[in-house]
Design a protein around this ligand. Structure first.
Ligand SMILES: [Ca+2]
Ligand SMILES: [Ca+2]
Ligand SMILES: [Ca+2]
Ligand SMILES: [Ca+2]
Length: 269
């Protein structure tokens, strides 16, 4: 969510040249045109409203008035990046920021034209190629040009043109036509350290969420996690009970090696 207190959305982003100046703020451009719940596209101008929640373009800045581009809107951020920093990680981050200042570009996970670009992903940092986690970090959260039609018609420097959405993106995930800033949720914390997981998975350890483990022939261990919803780690906001749970958010912190999540299920009576 963009921290400007507005309902940021793609539907209704104007594709015509601005006559009344810029309608937006330091974070985003506002939708000021007709909202029709479909992803509009103007092939003759090579413009679309599929620009991400910031309403600004980076996939092809030359197709837009400068005021509609990420490079112009976030120029001070780009100017602050040091072009002479020798650290290869910094140089790669800067190269990615110059192409996509908002970091909201969609890339199909198998778009090798992007993931094999040595300027963006230097081989010295990725000797085995770009890992799956990095590829999917541009696939699910990438909202600029992620619609099937716009990706197919407008994507530049792409070896694969395959979108993942049919509708314009919006911050309004529960479709109540307003911005919900109330943080009310139950939180559950699960350790991901292998040593701790192995210890908790032992059959004699019954007072935790880790109920079992299997190791396959490749030496990979899968842990079964079962979370009783009433045993939350902490309660945030003024949530009272479990009568209206709208969504589940999963995040990890501090993981140096990749982990995968399989077969999430909810059960109950
Ligand atoms: Ca539309
Ligand atoms: Ca954008
Ligand atoms: Ca972008
Ligand atoms: Ca989109």
């Amino acid at each position: 969510m963009i921290p400007n207190g507005k309902l940021n959305a793609e539907d209704g982003l104007s594709m015509t040249d601005p006559t009344s100046g810029f309608r937006g703020d330091q974070w985003s451009r506002y939708p000021t045109s007709i909202q029709n719940n479909s992803v509009d596209l103007d092939l003759s101008l090579r413009r679309t409203e599929d620009l991400g929640l910031d309403g600004l373009a980076s996939y092809d800045p030359s197709a837009y008035p400068e005021i509609y581009t990420e490079a112009f809107h976030f120029r001070r951020f780009l100017e602050a990046l040091d072009p002479n920093n020798p650290d290869p990680r910094y140089r790669a981050e800067r190269a990615r920021a110059l192409r996509d200042p908002s970091g909201d570009d969609y890339q199909s996970f198998d778009n090798e034209a992007f993931f094999s670009d040595p300027e963006l992903f230097p081989p010295e940092l990725y000797p085995n190629g770009v890992p799956l986690q990095e590829r999917f970090a541009h696939y699910f959260p990438g909202l600029e040009l992620n619609a099937y039609e716009t990706q197919n018609q407008l994507a530049t420097n792409a070896s694969v043109r395959r979108g993942n959405s049919r509708i314009p993106d919006t911050e309004d995930l529960n479709f109540n036509a307003s911005i919900d800033t109330d943080n009310s949720y139950f939180e559950y914390e699960i350790p991901l350290s292998k040593a701790v997981l192995d210890s908790l998975a032992r059959p004699d350890r019954e007072d935790d969420y880790i109920v079992g483990a299997i190791t396959n022939s490749k030496g990979e261990t899968w842990y079964q996690v079962r979370i009783p919803v009433r045993n939350y780690t902490r309660r945030v906001g003024n949530i009272q009970d479990f009568s209206l749970i709208e969504s589940i958010r999963v995040w990890t912190t501090g993981t140096a090696c990749p982990s995968r999540c399989a077969s999430p299920r909810s059960t109950g009576g």
